[in-house]
Design a protein around this ligand. Structure first.
Ligand code: NAD
Ligand code: DAU
Length: 352
């Protein structure tokens, strides 16, 4: 497939900015259009290093606005879409589920409709890549892993909205013949991660000597993948997957939350010159998340065997690199935690 003009949605967010950067730098012949609403989670500071690249363009807009999306597709004549724009935080979905229905479900269907109309008669030459999550599969017990054929069983409003969007994407393939690809990835970590999620929130709080909130007993397990390995997997799948295929992406890197936080405290003590054990004293157990999934673990053998992708970075090394990035980018952290971050934090954690 000779893709030339690619729409990347949500490119000012955490993973989206890494995907935009990778495509802009690796494919000078492609024109990359980044469409983002710039919600609290989107920040153009994430892309300053490529903002003036000749093959990059930013468009501010809302995927929920069907007329705007249809017009953008008509005028821009995209060859492909890589769709990452979403409301992405489980805790916010518990307090405001409708926002998740609008962006994650309606927004995705708006993009599918625009692609279906604009690409009519030429579906084989186009591609709609939908970026999804392992949370659609629900929760695992002590053993087992999610494969591409695991039945969907979402529990949070966030995962229910992502599951719904996945179903619509597949339906547009089965019903209309649109060329679609879906990937379901585990928890990402790395630079430019908004500090409402566990790892950047803990780094920010440890740095500021604030309590580090651990939900429940800290025994929930997540499978962590370096964000640049996710971006590389998206690149490989985008270029090589067959139409209609699904790929799971994961790091084979399971950590109990409490063990991860203790490792982070150890790394931070070393980086900040604090004596061993100092940051661990900040760990504070708080009321558990409602409907908290116990364990996620991804079986990514299909991606490894068929497309030759393997994670590149060991977790301890990646975590240390991530801490360095946050300590070196205080301005970024100040910028994203100004405006309404404090009121979000107080509301979210006061209830615990
Ligand atoms: P994020 O919250 O950091 O970024 C989301 C981006 O989407 C932001 O830039 C935001 O401004 C934009 N956006 C939100 N609503 C929009 C709208 N209505 N119109 C246009 N833009 C809008 O999210 P992320 O963590 O980078 O996740 C990106 C995608 O990857 C999501 O689809 C998410 O479900 C999926 N995913 C995330 C993870 C993870 O660990 N973070 C893992 C697997 C899959
Ligand atoms: O699995 C992929 C998903 O990973 C993505 O689809 C989501 O967009 C992304 O946000 C992430 O979801 P999680 O809910 O797993 O991530 P979060 O960082 O919110 O929480 C990770 C774990 O840490 C989870 O078990 C809840 C716990 N936690 C989280 C926060 C914010 C805490 O113990 N304390 C906290 O303050």
């Amino acid at each position: 497939m000779m893709t030339k003009k690619i729409l990347i949605t949500g490119g000012a967010g955490f993973i989206g900015s890494h995907v935009v950067r990778r495509f802009v730098k690796s494919y000078p012949d492609y024109q990359i259009v980044n469409l983002d609403k710039l919600t609290y989670a989107g920040n153009l500071l994430n892309l300053t290093d490529i903002e003036s690249a000749p093959n990059y363009e930013f468009v501010k807009g809302d995927i929920v606005d069907a007329a705007f999306i249809a017009e953008l597709f008509r005028t821009a004549q995209f060859d492909a879409v890589i769709h990452l724009a979403a409301e992405s935080h489980v805790d916010r979905s518990i307090s405001n589920p409708m926002e998740f229905v609008m962006t994650n479900v309606i927004g995705t269907v708006n993009l599918l409709n625009a692609a279906k109309e604009q690409w009519k008669g030429d579906y084989a030459q186009k591609r709609f890549y939908h970026v999804s999550t392992d949370e659609v599969y629900g929760a695992l017990g002590e053993t087992g892993m999610f494969t591409e054929t695991t039945a969907y069983d979402p529990h949070s409003p966030y995962s229910a909205s992502k599951a719904s969007s996945d179903h619509f994407v597949r339906a547009y393939h089965d019903t209309y013949g649109l060329d679609v690809v879906i990937s379901n990835c585990s928890n990402n970590y790395g630079s430019h991660h908004f500090p409402e999620k566990l790892i950047p929130l803990a780094i920010n709080n440890i740095k500021n000597n604030k309590a580090v909130p651990v939900y429940g007993k800290g025994e929930n397990v997540r499978d962590w993948l370096w964000v640049e390995d996710h971006a590389r997997a998206i690149d490989v799948i985008f270029h090589q997957a067959k139409a209609g295929e699904t790929y799971n992406i994961g790091g084979h890197n399971e950590w109990k939350n409490i063990d991860l936080i203790k490792l982070l405290c150890k790394i931070m003590d070393e980086k900040l010159g604090r004596s061993a054990g100092t940051s661990e004293q900040l760990i504070t157990y708080v009321t558990d998340r409602a409907g908290h999934d116990l364990r996620y673990a991804i079986d990514s053998s299909k991606l490894q065997e068929k497309l030759n992708w393997v994670p590149s970075l060991q977790f301890e090394e990646g975590l240390a690199k991530t801490v360095d990035w946050y300590l070196e980018n205080e301005q970024w952290l100040d910028d994203v935690t100004s405006s309404n971050y404090q009121s979000y934090y107080e509301t979210q954690y006061a209830e615990r």
